[in-house]
Design a protein. Sequence first.
Length: 339
Amino acid sequence: MLTRPAIQLDQMVDTLKAAAETSRLRILVLLSQGDLTVTDLTEILGQSQPRVSRHLKLLLEAQLIARYQEGSWAYFRLSDMDAAREFVEGVVARLDRADPVIDRDLERLSAIKRRREERAAEYFSRNAASWDEIRSLHVPDKAVEEGLRKLVGKRPFQSMVDLGTGTGRLLELFAPLYQRGVGIDLSREMLAVARANLERAGIANAQVRLGDIAAPPVERDAHDLVTIHQVLHFIDRPGVAIREAARLLRPSGRLLIVDFAPHGHEFLREEHAHMRLGLADGQVAEWLDEAELDLVDVMEFAPRGEADKGLTVKVWLARDRRIQIADGTVPADAQKETA
């Protein structure tokens, strides 16, 4: 059962002071709906940038929100700290959404989200032919996703990180399970697609950030599930990415890898920048062992018809082994996650 985080007395006083102002409450309501820039907030609130920045500074000092850089843009989001996030969500939930000021803010936010969706759709349409060519070679995504749900199970957990998040699909898939989700990607265009998809799906407990999966901009030893979906074949040294992913896991946390089995489709290397033509089970197991992870389960999704003409999708589920070192035993639910 997830425990409720406690807040020290002095910290609670500072938190209440920071939140107890109309504009700052409006900002918290808006950030509860997703990440926004200063420009976004200035447009919505109808206030000058210096004034909005001042409100943001006070909320940052109270650790109610967090800031991250994405190229030349700075985004703001609700704090990653469990106690702060629970406080903000509790306050926001008690505000009347029919209040004229809040209602107008949310209307302006909707307009900004629509513009994001339009930009994302434009990028997606430019690249759709390329993605469809690869997708036609393997089983439908729905079949793989059903397998992923089965492996991960139905038990709620606190935190998920999706490395190389792309369209944000895995953040959508597991949104009912996690309290907080973060997607990392090097492409600003793909981040725009992911944000639009998450907003369209009404998912407010996930965010996406610009970053390299070889040095993810998230805290270590803090996450229950880390996913790497169709990314490792683009990387020269997948073992390094797996080790970095393992460092993000809390004890007994899980790493979920989805990629292709070895194949001979050279055009993927030449036309789609694939650095590796699939990953072999033995090599993946070796990388996981080097990262001090135990391989828990493997699933395979072979294409219909002639397998040698398509792509076989493989799924590897691994678990952080530190709990074994701590007491020499493995809990029943750590040996095999039940669906």
